[in-house]
Design a protein around this ligand. Structure first.
Ligand code: NIG
Ligand code: FE
Length: 424
């Protein structure tokens, strides 16, 4: 505690009925996912953007030194958790696609719509026609809605441009949002999201464009930390994915893969082979894929909102992944095609009902493990000394209300970098 004496407290949150610190192993595997580091009657002391002390309210009070203008917030006996982290989002798009949603209700599948020129390619046409400023404003709205649901950090993908210029435009929007909004955005280049209209009959040339022009430009301009790909039947094969992702790795980007979403193609195996930071979706992951994920540090990012919104009767095998010891995270997959939601709490409800994950497991999946899925396990996702001061006060007496009380927003106050950014 000695060094606390030189750090003046700028924000003190006290009277926390249940303080879900998530202190403990990073990442969480198997039964560790049920450990949430619960402190009853807790308090948190923050200096600037950093947490400097956490503990029982009565013990903490005498140990910290408040600054003259220290803000004191009472949580009123309610629940506080780390700010939620959404590790797989596609927030930069120009228009929504509700017509396709209705086509699916009428019986068309996601892939049938894509084959007919809709899907990702329709978002690409709209994004290319939208100027950067308008795209920024549209995406800002999405980010702010996410924040109102308790999210303080996201991974954000490009992938609706699919030309050098339109991909760079999307990544610049992400960078500007990161600079200007109270939200951390970790950028992912997803030029390999689909083959655009003009390359349908010459896929090899599009792959060359990604490898020879897009990846070098993204790396040179420092516009993305990760590179992702839609590795899927009728989109990018495992072999094409290996080539593109190896080039990305060589350029210094970290790897993510949309893997085994609609068909089992071996995407999870490739993710482990390439030491990807995460493999996402995994609805159709093979038993070999599960074994390999369990032995690796590649995070399994599960997206139950996508299975729900596509009306699929199958979900990712969360229970098996957890029991075998894979690192499991959860995300919205927020995008205009397959999962139009900004609400990570809604995903926690879907994870309970469809993936049979408990509230504690889901909390691990959207905090510590989600932090690992964006390679920030050391800074984000826990309420602990030295961590970034991102947290949420929830209008709940018990954290288990989170999945149970579904479809409404229970967020009371969002704190990002030690400041109240929503509610309060
Ligand atoms: O994660 N699967 C590929 N990408 C998105 C969907 C993109 C879209 O349809 O616009 C996903 O589900
Ligand atoms: Fe996605």
């Amino acid at each position: 505690m000695a060094s606390n004496q030189n750090r003046k407290i700028t924000l003190l949150i006290n009277d926390i009925g249940q303080l879900v610190t998530m202190q403990g192993p990073v990442p969480r595997r198997g039964p560790e996912m049920s450990e949430i580091g619960l402190i009853e009657n807790g308090a948190i002391a923050i200096s600037g953007e950093e947490i400097i002390a956490v503990g029982k309210a009565d013990e903490l009070a005498g140990k910290v030194d408040p600054a003259e203008n220290c803000v004191v917030i009472s949580a009123g006996g309610k629940v506080v958790t780390p700010g939620l982290i959404d590790p797989h989002t596609h927030p930069v798009f120009a228009r929504t696609r509700e017509k396709e949603f209705e086509m699916r209700l009428a019986g068309k599948s996601y892939m049938e719509i894509a084959r007919a020129g809709g899907g990702i390619r329709s978002s690409v046409r709209h994004l290319r026609d939208t100027d950067e400023k308008e795209l920024y404003e549209r995406s800002k709205k999405t980010i702010r809605t996410m924040m109102s649901y308790g999210v303080t950090s996201i991974e954000a993908k490009s992938g609706y441009g699919l030309s050098l210029e339109a991909e760079l435009k999307s990544l610049r929007v992400i960078k500007k949002l990161n600079d200007q909004e109270p939200m951390d955005l970790f950028a992912t280049f997803l030029g390999a999201h689909e083959f655009p209209d003009e390359y349908r009959d010459k896929p090899e040339e599009y792959i060359e464009l990604i490898i020879n022009e897009m990846i070098p430009a993204v790396a040179k301009q420092n516009l993305a930390e990760f590179c992702d790909i839609f590795c899927e039947d009728e989109v990018f094969t495992v072999e094409q994915s290996r080539r593109i992702l190896s080039a990305a790795k060589q350029a210094g980007l970290k790897i993510k893969i949309h893997a085994d979403e609609i068909k089992s193609t071996g995407g999870a195996e490739l993710a482990v082979e390439l030491k990807a930071v995460s493999a996402d979706h995994l609805v159709k992951i093979s038993s070999t894929g599960i074994e390999m994920m369990a032995k690796s540090n590649t995070v399994a990012v599960l997206l139950p909102g996508t299975s729900f919104a596509l009306g699929l009767d199958q979900s990712a095998p969360a229970r098996e992944l957890i029991s075998k010891g894979a690192v499991v995270a959860l995300s919205t997959d927020c995008n205009p095609g397959s999962s139009m939601t900004e609400s990570l709490p809604m995903i926690i409800s879907l994870a309970a009902i469809n993936l049979k994950m408990t509230a504690a497991e889901s909390l691990s999946a959207v905090t510590v493990n989600a932090a690992c899925a964006v390679d920030r396990g050391d800074r984000l996702g826990r309420i602990e000394r030295g961590m970034k001061a991102d947290m949420v006060i929830w209008d709940m007496d018990d954290y288990r209300e989170l999945p149970y009380h579904y479809g409404v927003n229970l967020v009371e106050t969002v704190i990002k970098n030690g400041k109240v950014v929503s509610g309060g």
